[in-house]
Design a protein around this ligand. Sequence first.
Ligand code: SF4
Length: 457
Amino acid sequence: MPASWSLTLRRAKGCRAEREPCSRVRLCYDPRPFSRPEPRSSRFLVDQIVEFVLKANNAERRILSGMRPTGRLHLGHYHGVLRNWVKLQHEFECFFFVADWHALTTDYAESLDIEQSVWDMVIDWLAAGLNPGSATLFIQSRVPEHAELHLLLSMITPLGWLERVPSYKDQQAKLKEKDLTTYGFLGYPLLQSADILVYRAGKVPVGADQVAHVELTREVARRFNFLYGREPGFEDAAELAIGRMGKKSQRLYRDLRKRYLEQGDGEALERARALLDEQQNLSLADRERLTGYLEGGGRLLLPEPDALLTESAKVPGLDGEKMSKSYGNTISLREVPEEVDRKVRTMKTDPARARRTDPGDPEQCPVWSLHKLYSDADTRDWVVEGCTTAGIGCIDCKRPLIESIQQDLAAMRQRARQYEEQPELVKAIIAEGSEHARDQAKETLEVVRSAMGLGYR
Ligand code: SF4
């Protein structure tokens, strides 16, 4: 067949199905010369990308964070993560998700427990004060775009980047009883990257131990932008855009770009970005083009997120170790009052206070760590004074703490009860959140596919 001819699905002339919908899958051979259709690139793609970039500019206001479904949550989760989420939901556009696929990366052999854990955890989120009117709450597996983006990013991510993530070796060493030499486990930081990038989130609240994961996400986004953010004639378009700035700004931009590219001068990069922000006569597309040109890359398709370092409070368990379900030392958010009372009363204290008359040191006592979270300044002063002089006993010291914890948990138990009684309400909240999240994720995938040349239907 001549190269200029092609098989098409166009109905051949004379086909009887021409005037009616074709009910059969039929391939009609039309031997007329076939002119290649205009690629779906140029204007359409550019417009779409600009539209996308506009949204990407809101990335600074968007937060993404997730939690593996571990069932009922405890005070460690509340003070370590949830309390911060409750605050953030009023300050940013927040997407909080149940990372059920992440649970499979280590617990693939016990996957039947995941469902109950998901709903228990969502009830605890709501009980702790997450508001579906302020934040989008959803389940990762309800948004299959996470998986698609993960797959696409896996094509461009060097293996060494994943092997280098500190948690890869750490977790394998810690969870020796599990076989974590799996593809899923190696790739879970990249799944996290996809989780973040699929929402173009600009900020990711993490503890210090998770910063490496955000850094990986930044590297992956940068690589993606470098590979696919290059429109044909990118350099020429960037040079034209430079010409649209005033003479002085042009000179300054070129100078700062040179300093950054040749000497890695970070300050020059910041100044050049600020310079672009000030330019009134640049279109948004040109501004983004010049931002990419500045760094030697292409246009920004996936914004690089920043780690929002959160100082998560260290919550000791009943035995003084870190509060964790696997240590059996927790106080859960829906713990009944009698159990809260019993657990705090029997909680470990400073071993130096063997007798009531022995003075102690609050810094050696896990109860003191809870006082720091629950007690006001006066109570804390009273504890320090009483403990170090043996003026109070440990039971006296624990009494106001128990009261404060009970007060907090009573409100949570009450909120949890209404959701326990209406499981369909919880499911509706998640269904709505998942739908909203999916709409956002679909937009990203449209652009990602188009940029990679996979936008065909
Ligand atoms: S008095 Fe309070 S702070 Fe001091 S050891 Fe006892 S429980 Fe801990």
